[in-house]
Design a binder for this molecule. Structure first.
Ligand code: ATP
Ligand code: MG
Ligand code: MG
Length: 408
Protein backbone atom coordinates (compact mmCIF):
# COMPACT_ATOMS: atom_id res chain seq x y z
CA UNK A 1 0.00 0.00 0.00
CA UNK A 2 1.46 3.33 -0.93
CA UNK A 3 0.20 6.86 -1.17
CA UNK A 4 2.04 10.13 -0.90
CA UNK A 5 -1.07 12.02 0.04
CA UNK A 6 -4.81 11.50 0.04
CA UNK A 7 -6.62 8.20 0.42
CA UNK A 8 -4.61 5.02 0.77
CA UNK A 9 -5.21 2.71 -2.19
CA UNK A 10 -5.22 -1.05 -2.10
CA UNK A 11 -2.60 -2.82 -4.19
CA UNK A 12 -5.10 -4.43 -6.56
CA UNK A 13 -6.45 -1.16 -7.95
CA UNK A 14 -6.94 -1.34 -11.73
CA UNK A 15 -3.58 -1.42 -13.43
CA UNK A 16 -2.48 1.42 -15.70
CA UNK A 17 0.66 -0.49 -16.58
CA UNK A 18 1.13 -2.36 -19.81
CA UNK A 19 3.00 -5.04 -17.88
CA UNK A 20 0.52 -5.70 -15.14
CA UNK A 21 2.09 -3.80 -12.26
CA UNK A 22 -0.57 -2.36 -9.99
CA UNK A 23 -0.96 1.38 -10.00
CA UNK A 24 0.07 1.37 -6.37
CA UNK A 25 3.21 -0.72 -6.80
CA UNK A 26 5.91 0.03 -4.22
CA UNK A 27 9.10 1.41 -5.73
CA UNK A 28 12.31 0.88 -3.76
CA UNK A 29 15.44 2.87 -4.57
CA UNK A 30 19.00 1.84 -3.77
CA UNK A 31 20.65 5.06 -2.63
CA UNK A 32 19.08 8.17 -1.19
CA UNK A 33 21.34 11.01 -2.31
CA UNK A 34 20.31 13.98 -4.43
CA UNK A 35 19.26 11.82 -7.38
CA UNK A 36 17.05 9.72 -5.11
CA UNK A 37 15.66 12.91 -3.60
CA UNK A 38 14.68 14.41 -6.96
CA UNK A 39 13.24 11.05 -8.02
CA UNK A 40 11.22 10.91 -4.79
CA UNK A 41 9.91 14.46 -5.25
CA UNK A 42 8.83 13.65 -8.82
CA UNK A 43 7.21 10.42 -7.64
CA UNK A 44 5.39 12.18 -4.80
CA UNK A 45 3.83 14.52 -7.34
CA UNK A 46 2.40 11.46 -9.07
CA UNK A 47 1.06 9.97 -5.84
CA UNK A 48 3.85 7.42 -5.55
CA UNK A 49 5.87 7.35 -2.33
CA UNK A 50 9.33 5.91 -2.87
CA UNK A 51 11.22 3.94 -0.25
CA UNK A 52 14.99 4.31 -0.29
CA UNK A 53 17.82 2.30 1.19
CA UNK A 54 20.78 4.46 2.18
CA UNK A 55 23.38 4.17 4.94
CA UNK A 56 23.56 7.86 5.89
CA UNK A 57 21.31 9.00 8.77
CA UNK A 58 20.12 12.15 6.97
CA UNK A 59 19.78 10.92 3.40
CA UNK A 60 18.68 13.82 1.13
CA UNK A 61 15.91 11.63 -0.33
CA UNK A 62 14.23 11.32 3.08
CA UNK A 63 12.49 14.64 2.40
CA UNK A 64 10.06 12.81 0.12
CA UNK A 65 10.83 9.09 0.47
CA UNK A 66 10.55 6.64 3.33
CA UNK A 67 14.18 6.20 4.34
CA UNK A 68 15.45 2.84 5.50
CA UNK A 69 18.96 3.00 6.90
CA UNK A 70 21.14 0.29 5.45
CA UNK A 71 23.80 -0.20 2.83
CA UNK A 72 22.78 -0.58 -0.80
CA UNK A 73 25.80 -2.85 -1.34
CA UNK A 74 24.81 -5.31 1.38
CA UNK A 75 22.81 -8.34 0.09
CA UNK A 76 21.09 -8.97 3.43
CA UNK A 77 20.13 -5.30 3.77
CA UNK A 78 18.68 -5.26 0.24
CA UNK A 79 16.75 -8.46 0.85
CA UNK A 80 15.38 -7.22 4.15
CA UNK A 81 14.47 -3.88 2.57
CA UNK A 82 12.56 -5.56 -0.25
CA UNK A 83 10.72 -7.98 2.05
CA UNK A 84 9.91 -5.74 4.97
CA UNK A 85 8.84 -2.82 2.78
CA UNK A 86 6.89 -4.87 0.24
CA UNK A 87 8.95 -3.52 -2.65
CA UNK A 88 7.55 -4.53 -6.06
CA UNK A 89 10.11 -2.72 -8.23
CA UNK A 90 13.65 -2.05 -7.16
CA UNK A 91 15.64 0.67 -8.92
CA UNK A 92 18.75 2.68 -8.12
CA UNK A 93 20.32 6.12 -8.15
CA UNK A 94 23.88 4.80 -8.29
CA UNK A 95 25.56 2.13 -10.43
CA UNK A 96 28.33 1.31 -7.97
CA UNK A 97 26.30 -1.34 -6.22
CA UNK A 98 27.00 -4.98 -5.56
CA UNK A 99 25.32 -6.73 -8.50
CA UNK A 100 25.91 -10.17 -6.97
CA UNK A 101 23.90 -9.01 -3.97
CA UNK A 102 21.28 -7.64 -6.33
CA UNK A 103 21.01 -10.90 -8.27
CA UNK A 104 20.89 -12.83 -5.00
CA UNK A 105 18.09 -10.63 -3.76
CA UNK A 106 16.26 -11.00 -7.06
CA UNK A 107 16.31 -14.78 -6.81
CA UNK A 108 15.55 -14.99 -3.06
CA UNK A 109 12.74 -12.46 -3.01
CA UNK A 110 10.54 -12.03 -6.03
CA UNK A 111 11.23 -8.45 -7.06
CA UNK A 112 11.52 -6.69 -10.35
CA UNK A 113 14.83 -4.85 -10.78
CA UNK A 114 14.86 -1.97 -13.26
CA UNK A 115 17.09 -1.50 -15.12
CA UNK A 116 18.20 -5.13 -14.98
CA UNK A 117 21.16 -6.25 -12.83
CA UNK A 118 22.82 -7.49 -16.05
CA UNK A 119 22.75 -3.93 -17.38
CA UNK A 120 24.21 -2.53 -14.15
CA UNK A 121 26.92 -5.19 -14.23
CA UNK A 122 27.97 -4.30 -17.77
CA UNK A 123 27.91 -0.57 -17.15
CA UNK A 124 29.73 -0.52 -13.82
CA UNK A 125 32.79 -2.10 -15.45
CA UNK A 126 33.79 0.54 -17.98
CA UNK A 127 35.83 -1.95 -20.00
CA UNK A 128 32.93 -4.43 -20.18
CA UNK A 129 30.70 -1.49 -21.11
CA UNK A 130 33.00 -0.54 -23.99
CA UNK A 131 33.14 -4.17 -25.18
CA UNK A 132 29.35 -4.41 -25.05
CA UNK A 133 28.79 -1.23 -27.05
CA UNK A 134 31.53 -2.10 -29.55
CA UNK A 135 29.85 -5.48 -30.15
CA UNK A 136 26.60 -3.63 -30.92
CA UNK A 137 28.16 -1.21 -33.36
CA UNK A 138 28.07 1.91 -31.17
CA UNK A 139 30.92 4.30 -32.15
CA UNK A 140 33.60 4.59 -29.44
CA UNK A 141 37.19 5.74 -29.04
CA UNK A 142 39.50 2.76 -29.59
CA UNK A 143 40.22 0.94 -26.34
CA UNK A 144 42.24 -2.00 -25.06
CA UNK A 145 42.73 -4.01 -21.93
CA UNK A 146 45.82 -3.21 -19.84
CA UNK A 147 47.45 -5.96 -17.86
CA UNK A 148 51.15 -5.19 -17.84
CA UNK A 149 53.81 -2.64 -18.65
CA UNK A 150 54.21 -4.18 -22.09
CA UNK A 151 50.52 -3.48 -22.79
CA UNK A 152 51.07 0.16 -21.82
CA UNK A 153 54.06 0.55 -24.11
CA UNK A 154 52.21 -1.20 -26.93
CA UNK A 155 49.22 1.11 -26.42
CA UNK A 156 51.46 4.18 -26.59
CA UNK A 157 52.76 2.96 -29.94
CA UNK A 158 49.32 2.00 -31.28
CA UNK A 159 47.26 4.99 -30.01
CA UNK A 160 50.02 7.59 -29.78
CA UNK A 161 50.37 9.98 -26.83
CA UNK A 162 48.54 11.23 -24.95
CA UNK A 163 46.15 8.37 -24.30
CA UNK A 164 43.71 7.85 -21.41
CA UNK A 165 44.34 5.22 -18.79
CA UNK A 166 41.15 4.40 -16.89
CA UNK A 167 40.16 2.27 -13.92
CA UNK A 168 37.52 -0.24 -14.97
CA UNK A 169 35.47 0.13 -11.83
CA UNK A 170 34.23 2.65 -9.24
CA UNK A 171 35.11 5.68 -11.34
CA UNK A 172 33.33 9.02 -11.02
CA UNK A 173 34.15 12.71 -11.41
CA UNK A 174 37.33 11.78 -13.29
CA UNK A 175 38.77 9.90 -10.30
CA UNK A 176 39.95 6.78 -12.02
CA UNK A 177 41.30 8.54 -15.14
CA UNK A 178 44.89 9.46 -15.97
CA UNK A 179 46.20 11.17 -19.09
CA UNK A 180 49.38 9.37 -20.14
CA UNK A 181 51.54 11.92 -21.97
CA UNK A 182 54.59 9.80 -22.71
CA UNK A 183 56.29 6.52 -21.94
CA UNK A 184 57.85 8.26 -18.93
CA UNK A 185 54.34 8.65 -17.42
CA UNK A 186 53.52 4.95 -17.50
CA UNK A 187 54.61 3.93 -14.00
CA UNK A 188 53.06 6.91 -12.23
CA UNK A 189 49.80 6.54 -14.21
CA UNK A 190 49.46 2.88 -13.29
CA UNK A 191 50.41 3.52 -9.65
CA UNK A 192 47.90 6.39 -9.40
CA UNK A 193 45.09 4.05 -10.47
CA UNK A 194 46.01 1.30 -8.05
CA UNK A 195 48.33 -0.90 -10.10
CA UNK A 196 47.74 -3.39 -12.92
CA UNK A 197 45.81 -5.76 -10.64
CA UNK A 198 43.23 -3.04 -9.87
CA UNK A 199 41.73 -3.55 -13.35
CA UNK A 200 42.76 -0.97 -15.96
CA UNK A 201 42.12 -0.26 -19.61
CA UNK A 202 43.25 2.37 -22.09
CA UNK A 203 41.38 4.60 -24.53
CA UNK A 204 42.63 6.51 -27.50
CA UNK A 205 42.50 10.24 -26.71
CA UNK A 206 39.42 11.79 -28.33
CA UNK A 207 40.29 15.28 -29.66
CA UNK A 208 36.79 16.56 -29.02
CA UNK A 209 35.51 20.05 -29.83
CA UNK A 210 32.56 19.65 -27.47
CA UNK A 211 31.23 17.15 -24.97
CA UNK A 212 27.56 16.35 -25.47
CA UNK A 213 25.11 14.37 -23.40
CA UNK A 214 21.69 12.90 -24.05
CA UNK A 215 19.18 11.47 -21.60
CA UNK A 216 17.34 8.44 -22.91
CA UNK A 217 14.38 6.77 -21.24
CA UNK A 218 13.55 3.15 -21.89
CA UNK A 219 10.15 1.64 -21.16
CA UNK A 220 9.56 -1.82 -19.73
CA UNK A 221 8.62 -3.03 -23.20
CA UNK A 222 11.87 -1.73 -24.69
CA UNK A 223 10.68 1.52 -26.26
CA UNK A 224 13.44 4.12 -26.26
CA UNK A 225 12.86 7.90 -26.24
CA UNK A 226 15.61 10.53 -26.10
CA UNK A 227 15.72 14.08 -24.77
CA UNK A 228 17.26 17.11 -26.50
CA UNK A 229 21.06 17.19 -26.79
CA UNK A 230 22.99 19.19 -24.22
CA UNK A 231 26.53 20.47 -24.18
CA UNK A 232 28.34 19.70 -20.95
CA UNK A 233 31.14 21.78 -19.46
CA UNK A 234 33.26 20.29 -16.70
CA UNK A 235 35.33 22.01 -14.01
CA UNK A 236 38.01 19.78 -12.44
CA UNK A 237 36.26 16.80 -14.02
CA UNK A 238 32.94 17.65 -12.34
CA UNK A 239 29.94 18.75 -14.37
CA UNK A 240 29.69 22.54 -14.00
CA UNK A 241 27.35 23.87 -16.70
CA UNK A 242 25.06 22.30 -19.28
CA UNK A 243 23.25 24.02 -22.13
CA UNK A 244 20.20 22.70 -23.97
CA UNK A 245 19.85 22.64 -26.87
CA UNK A 246 23.58 22.21 -27.54
CA UNK A 247 24.96 24.82 -29.95
CA UNK A 248 25.76 22.34 -32.75
CA UNK A 249 24.49 21.92 -36.33
CA UNK A 250 21.06 20.25 -36.81
CA UNK A 251 22.66 17.12 -38.27
CA UNK A 252 24.63 16.62 -35.05
CA UNK A 253 21.42 16.79 -33.00
CA UNK A 254 19.90 14.05 -35.12
CA UNK A 255 23.01 11.88 -35.10
CA UNK A 256 23.64 12.26 -31.34
CA UNK A 257 20.10 11.14 -30.55
CA UNK A 258 20.55 8.20 -32.92
CA UNK A 259 23.80 7.11 -31.26
CA UNK A 260 22.33 7.49 -27.78
CA UNK A 261 19.15 5.61 -28.63
CA UNK A 262 21.16 2.86 -30.27
CA UNK A 263 23.33 2.49 -27.16
CA UNK A 264 20.35 2.26 -24.81
CA UNK A 265 18.48 -0.10 -27.14
CA UNK A 266 21.15 -2.75 -26.63
CA UNK A 267 20.73 -2.76 -22.82
CA UNK A 268 18.06 -4.53 -20.79
CA UNK A 269 15.52 -3.04 -18.45
CA UNK A 270 13.53 0.10 -17.91
CA UNK A 271 14.56 3.49 -16.66
CA UNK A 272 16.40 6.65 -17.51
CA UNK A 273 19.98 6.58 -18.82
CA UNK A 274 22.56 9.34 -19.28
CA UNK A 275 24.72 9.03 -22.39
CA UNK A 276 27.98 11.03 -22.57
CA UNK A 277 29.53 11.66 -25.99
CA UNK A 278 32.44 13.38 -27.67
CA UNK A 279 31.90 15.54 -30.76
CA UNK A 280 34.99 15.67 -32.95
CA UNK A 281 35.90 18.48 -35.34
CA UNK A 282 34.69 16.56 -38.41
CA UNK A 283 31.25 15.91 -36.88
CA UNK A 284 32.05 12.37 -35.72
CA UNK A 285 30.33 11.34 -32.50
CA UNK A 286 31.92 8.85 -30.11
CA UNK A 287 30.25 7.47 -27.01
CA UNK A 288 32.18 8.12 -23.80
CA UNK A 289 30.10 6.35 -21.19
CA UNK A 290 26.58 5.57 -20.06
CA UNK A 291 25.04 5.97 -16.60
CA UNK A 292 22.04 3.68 -15.86
CA UNK A 293 20.22 6.30 -13.79
CA UNK A 294 19.28 9.98 -13.71
CA UNK A 295 22.30 12.06 -14.65
CA UNK A 296 23.60 15.54 -13.88
CA UNK A 297 23.38 16.45 -17.56
CA UNK A 298 19.63 15.81 -17.35
CA UNK A 299 18.87 18.15 -14.44
CA UNK A 300 17.78 20.85 -16.89
CA UNK A 301 14.76 18.66 -17.73
CA UNK A 302 13.24 19.43 -14.30
CA UNK A 303 12.23 22.90 -15.45
CA UNK A 304 13.13 22.87 -19.13
CA UNK A 305 11.18 19.89 -20.50
CA UNK A 306 7.59 18.69 -20.43
CA UNK A 307 8.59 15.65 -18.36
CA UNK A 308 11.65 15.64 -16.10
CA UNK A 309 14.18 12.82 -16.24
CA UNK A 310 13.07 11.84 -12.73
CA UNK A 311 9.38 11.65 -13.60
CA UNK A 312 10.17 9.62 -16.69
CA UNK A 313 12.32 7.25 -14.66
CA UNK A 314 9.45 6.58 -12.26
CA UNK A 315 7.01 6.18 -15.15
CA UNK A 316 9.40 3.78 -16.91
CA UNK A 317 10.10 1.48 -13.95
CA UNK A 318 6.38 1.30 -13.13
CA UNK A 319 5.49 0.45 -16.72
CA UNK A 320 3.48 3.64 -17.12
CA UNK A 321 3.37 5.56 -20.41
CA UNK A 322 6.50 7.67 -20.94
CA UNK A 323 6.15 11.45 -20.85
CA UNK A 324 7.02 13.91 -23.59
CA UNK A 325 10.68 14.92 -23.64
CA UNK A 326 10.67 18.16 -25.62
CA UNK A 327 11.98 21.49 -24.35
CA UNK A 328 9.36 23.96 -23.18
CA UNK A 329 11.60 27.01 -23.39
CA UNK A 330 13.99 28.13 -26.10
CA UNK A 331 17.05 27.43 -23.99
CA UNK A 332 17.71 25.78 -20.64
CA UNK A 333 21.07 26.20 -18.95
CA UNK A 334 21.96 24.34 -15.77
CA UNK A 335 24.57 25.65 -13.36
CA UNK A 336 25.75 23.27 -10.65
CA UNK A 337 26.15 24.63 -7.15
CA UNK A 338 29.54 23.21 -6.21
CA UNK A 339 30.99 23.84 -2.76
CA UNK A 340 33.45 26.77 -2.96
CA UNK A 341 34.70 26.34 0.61
CA UNK A 342 34.29 23.94 3.52
CA UNK A 343 31.71 24.52 6.23
CA UNK A 344 29.82 27.75 6.91
CA UNK A 345 31.84 29.83 4.46
CA UNK A 346 30.83 27.44 1.68
CA UNK A 347 27.18 27.64 2.72
CA UNK A 348 27.36 31.45 2.72
CA UNK A 349 28.84 31.52 -0.79
CA UNK A 350 26.23 29.08 -2.09
CA UNK A 351 23.47 31.20 -0.54
CA UNK A 352 24.89 34.31 -2.22
CA UNK A 353 24.65 32.60 -5.59
CA UNK A 354 21.14 31.36 -4.84
CA UNK A 355 20.11 34.89 -3.85
CA UNK A 356 21.32 36.14 -7.24
CA UNK A 357 19.29 33.39 -8.90
CA UNK A 358 16.14 34.37 -6.98
CA UNK A 359 16.67 37.90 -8.29
CA UNK A 360 17.00 36.74 -11.90
CA UNK A 361 13.82 35.94 -13.83
CA UNK A 362 13.69 32.43 -15.25
CA UNK A 363 15.98 30.88 -12.63
CA UNK A 364 14.95 27.91 -10.53
CA UNK A 365 16.97 26.79 -7.52
CA UNK A 366 17.28 23.14 -6.49
CA UNK A 367 18.98 22.55 -3.15
CA UNK A 368 19.91 18.99 -2.16
CA UNK A 369 19.77 19.29 1.64
CA UNK A 370 23.07 17.48 2.13
CA UNK A 371 24.56 17.24 5.56
CA UNK A 372 27.77 19.28 5.48
CA UNK A 373 29.48 21.51 2.93
CA UNK A 374 32.82 20.70 1.31
CA UNK A 375 34.88 22.14 -1.53
CA UNK A 376 33.79 20.68 -4.86
CA UNK A 377 30.73 18.95 -3.41
CA UNK A 378 27.54 19.07 -5.47
CA UNK A 379 25.06 20.75 -3.14
CA UNK A 380 22.43 21.93 -5.62
CA UNK A 381 21.88 23.35 -9.06
CA UNK A 382 20.20 26.30 -10.74
CA UNK A 383 18.17 25.93 -13.92
CA UNK A 384 18.12 29.05 -16.09
CA UNK A 385 15.31 29.30 -18.62
CA UNK A 386 14.96 31.81 -21.42
CA UNK A 387 13.38 32.21 -24.82
CA UNK A 388 16.76 32.40 -26.55
CA UNK A 389 20.30 31.12 -26.09
CA UNK A 390 21.62 34.69 -25.90
CA UNK A 391 19.23 35.59 -23.10
CA UNK A 392 19.94 32.39 -21.14
CA UNK A 393 23.69 32.96 -21.49
CA UNK A 394 23.39 36.57 -20.32
CA UNK A 395 21.66 35.32 -17.18
CA UNK A 396 24.33 32.68 -16.65
CA UNK A 397 26.99 35.39 -17.02
CA UNK A 398 25.32 37.41 -14.26
CA UNK A 399 25.41 34.40 -11.92
CA UNK A 400 28.74 32.82 -12.87
CA UNK A 401 31.02 34.64 -15.36
CA UNK A 402 33.48 31.73 -15.40
CA UNK A 403 30.69 29.33 -16.32
CA UNK A 404 29.70 31.58 -19.22
CA UNK A 405 33.31 31.91 -20.38
CA UNK A 406 33.63 28.10 -20.46
CA UNK A 407 30.52 27.83 -22.61
CA UNK A 408 31.47 30.44 -25.20
P1 ATP B 1 31.63 10.78 -14.48
O1 ATP B 1 31.66 11.65 -13.26
O2 ATP B 1 30.99 11.43 -15.68
O3 ATP B 1 31.11 9.40 -14.21
P2 ATP B 1 34.15 9.43 -14.94
O4 ATP B 1 35.01 9.50 -13.74
O5 ATP B 1 33.43 8.16 -15.20
O6 ATP B 1 33.15 10.67 -14.94
P3 ATP B 1 34.87 9.76 -17.74
O7 ATP B 1 33.51 10.17 -18.11
O8 ATP B 1 35.40 8.49 -18.28
O9 ATP B 1 35.09 9.77 -16.15
O10 ATP B 1 35.90 10.90 -18.13
C1 ATP B 1 35.86 12.18 -17.49
C2 ATP B 1 36.23 13.24 -18.49
O11 ATP B 1 37.55 12.98 -19.00
C3 ATP B 1 35.35 13.25 -19.74
O12 ATP B 1 34.16 13.97 -19.51
C4 ATP B 1 36.29 13.92 -20.73
O13 ATP B 1 36.37 15.31 -20.50
C5 ATP B 1 37.63 13.30 -20.36
N1 ATP B 1 37.86 12.07 -21.16
C6 ATP B 1 37.46 10.82 -20.84
N2 ATP B 1 37.81 9.93 -21.79
C7 ATP B 1 38.46 10.61 -22.74
C8 ATP B 1 39.07 10.27 -23.98
N3 ATP B 1 39.12 9.00 -24.44
N4 ATP B 1 39.64 11.27 -24.71
C9 ATP B 1 39.62 12.55 -24.27
N5 ATP B 1 39.08 12.93 -23.10
C10 ATP B 1 38.49 12.00 -22.34
MG1 MG C 1 31.45 7.74 -15.13
MG1 MG D 1 31.74 10.70 -17.41
Amino acid sequence: IVAAAGPVMEKDVTSVSATGLPRTAVVGVLGGGQLGRMMALAAANMGVRLKCLDPTPDAPAAVAAEHVQGHFRDAAAIEDFVKSKGVDVLTMEIEHINTDALMQAASDVKVDIEPSPATIRVIQDKFAQKQHFAAHGVPLPQFRNIKCRGCMEGTGKAFGYPFMLKAKRLAYDGRGNYVVHSEADIDSAVAALGGYEAGLYAERFAPFVKELAVMVVRSRDGKVVSYPIVETIHKNNICHVTEAPADVPPAVHVKAREVAEKAISCLEGAGIFGVEMFLLGDGTLLLNEVAPRPHNSGHYTMDGCVTSQFENHVRAVLGWPLGETRLTSGCAIMLNLLGEADGDEGVRLAHDLMAKAYNTPGCKVHWYGKDGMKVGRKVGHINILAASREEARAKLGALDPAGLAALQ
